[in-house]
Write a protein that binds this ligand. Structure first.
Ligand code: GDP
Length: 305
């Protein structure tokens, strides 16, 4: 996970190894390494530029500080490599940190979480993972709603997953997804569920019909959270898909799946900067326990060693 990014930052640091201070030249050399690694990791071009500009500005600021300190007769105790790494770390965190908690909970009644995404992104699996997470970590009593009537096997898939977790799955065969979602709220009230997770339909690409269906579910059930599930293996398209969904639905967050594979991880850095919707959770395997809250600090440390 994030290997491509980590390699590039390591090389930049190596270039500065042994140097006692940052200066304009060695900052530029190090930034060139970082630029290559960001592009290789599929970070969106605009994000690459913005990131490099911010790191450069901070690093040059350090050069000025160093000069002032030396003029005053003081010495710097950190090496150029460490200084540069620290700046990159702070900027990585700033690019990825989300505002507010990963999930908003309703003050009264059941909390709604609407899961959206393209087919194959891992939406149904992630719906079950999230239910398990809420049950274990937040001691909630979730109700899963199978409202993906687009993919024939999705309902059964969620039922199998729900059964293995001991979490009920609500569905009404032959009903429209919208009616299923509306009726699920009555079911949750009757059975005392405090979280409702809606697994909505996916398609192969974003289209009007899909967005209309999702829009009408959003308007009817007013979920506190709308999470887009995106496959990190699709590289830069992950950012395009996120933007497409966010423009129509105002996502509260993104779940990046399949980060355990050989995805290059650039989406983790690009999504929030491009769309405004932060990454909230990550999927790191097929099992329902392979799911984590996304932490910018942890990711930055992983990349920078
Ligand atoms: P949906 O069409 O979006 O509902 O996708 P599914 O939930 O059926 O997932 C598609 C495939 O991706 C399945 O084989 C899942 O097991 C797999 N998958 C989902 N999330 C992850 C993940 O985080 N890591 C890995 N390796 N596979 C995943």
């Amino acid at each position: 996970m994030f290997d491509a990014l980590a390699n590039g930052f390591r090389q930049a640091k190596n270039r500065l190894a042994g140097l006692t201070e940052l200066n304009e030249q060695n900052i530029d050399t190090a930034l060139r390494e970082v630029r290559l690694s960001l592009l290789e990791a599929d970070v969106e071009l605009g994000v690459v530029k913005a990131f490099l500009a911010r790191v450069k500005e901070k690093a040059l600021g350090e050069v000025v500080k160093l000069k002032t300190k030396t003029a005053e007769g003081g010495t710097m105790k950190v090496t150029a490599g460490d200084q540069f790494t620290k700046i990159c770390h702070d900027e990585l965190v700033a690019f990825m940190t989300a505002e507010g908690p990963a999930l908003a909970f309703a003050e009264k009644g059941a909390t709604g979480i609407m899961m959206v995404g393209l087919q194959g992104s891992g939406k149904t699996t992630t719906t079950a993972k999230l239910a398990r997470y809420l049950q274990k970590e937040e001691k909630k009593k979730p109700l899963l709603v199978a409202a993906d009537m687009q993919r024939p096997a999705a309902v059964e898939q969620l039922q199998v997953l729900g059964k293995s977790l001991g979490i009920p799955v609500f569905n009404i065969p032959g009903e429209t997804p919208l009616n299923i979602c509306i009726k699920a709220r009555e079911e949750a009230r009757a059975k005392g569920h405090d979280v409702i997770i809606y697994d909505t339909a996916g398609r192969l690409a974003i289209d009007e019909k899909l967005m209309e269906e999702l829009g009408s579910i959003k308007e009817s059930v007013h979920p506190e959270n709308i999470l887009l599930v995106v496959d990190s293996m699709i590289g830069q398209d992950a950012v395009k898909v996120s933007k497409g969904f966010h423009d129509k639905l105002e996502l509260t967050g993104v779940v990046l799946t399949k980060l355990d594979g050989d995805a290059r991880g650039g989406a983790a850095l690009s999504v929030k900067e491009v769309t405004g919707a932060p990454v909230r959770f990550i999927g790191v395997g097929e099992g329902t326990d392979k799911f984590e809250e996304f932490r910018a600090e942890g990711m930055a440390s992983r990349v920078l060693g």
